[in-house]
Design a protein around this ligand. Sequence first.
Ligand SMILES: CC(C)=CCC/C(C)=C/CC/C(C)=C/CC/C(C)=C/CC/C(C)=C/CC/C(C)=C/CC/C(C)=C/COP(=O)(O)OP(=O)(O)O
Ligand code: 1GP
Ligand code: MG
Length: 230
Amino acid sequence: MYDVREWRHVFKLDPNKEIDDSVLEQVCESGTDAVIIGGSDGVTLDNVLNLMARIRRYTVPCVLEVSTIESITPGFDLYFIPTVLNSRNTEWVTGLHHQAVKEYGELMEWEEIYMEGYCIANPDCKAAALTEAKAPLEIEDITAYAMMAERMFQLPLFYLEYSGTYGDLAAVKAVRETLEKTVFFYGGGITGPEQAKEIAQYADVIVVGNAVYENVDKAIETVTAVKNQI
Ligand SMILES: CC(C)=CCC/C(C)=C/CC/C(C)=C/CC/C(C)=C/CC/C(C)=C/CC/C(C)=C/CC/C(C)=C/COP(=O)(O)OP(=O)(O)O
Ligand SMILES: O=P(O)(O)OC[C@@H](O)CO
Ligand SMILES: [Mg+2]
């Protein structure tokens, strides 16, 4: 299923982290809508190709969330390209994108590529440090970024990123009330089914990352928690 508008749940795997075959099998056979490969540090062509090849043993859709130009490779079902709306450094908004399009523009299949308007709301995560994100943010700042993503830039995806920490539910609810067309991804600190359900009341798609490496059984429970929700 390659229509992101139909998704409710994805796992995000970090190519810079070890994962056993048995854990990978649990993740890929869990019923999740997709597996995203992405990380904020140590992402190389080698570790991306290695993880992609292992995920390709399964039928689950596989997405590359591009974080470095060096790790761009054909072979994925979809490509998500972050643009960090609250970055202080234009490299992370359009700079690297310009460089990549200059290199790959002729090869790009645009229907496989989805721009993600990222709003990094956890000031202490690696992605915030890397991209020099303005954070913490007031709820009004977050909803303004959501509105910019949808109304100003007409981006297909808005990603509220709390990587490593469970976010502010009031902010998640406010983003829900702001977005109409743009698909709302939430990621950060979801460790089990209760949190998954809570966020999925508002976000279109929940992203579960670190929990896979910390307690995979609980992480897997997030899939049915969200998929069985009306
Ligand atoms: C044939 C062929 C090669 C086809 C491919 C064509 C294609 C897809 C071309 C791409 C063109 C393009 C425009 C690329 C963009 C290039 C680029 C590098 C853009 C910058 C993207 C960006 C803003 C990245 C920064 C955002 C970021 C770091 C997101 C990562 C978020 C994340 C994964 C957080 C979690 O991090 P983690 O590492 O897990 O942290 P912990 O360890 O603490 O958990
Ligand atoms: O690792 P966690 O905290 O689950 O966050 C998931 C994802 O939003 C990271 O980009
Ligand atoms: Mg992580």
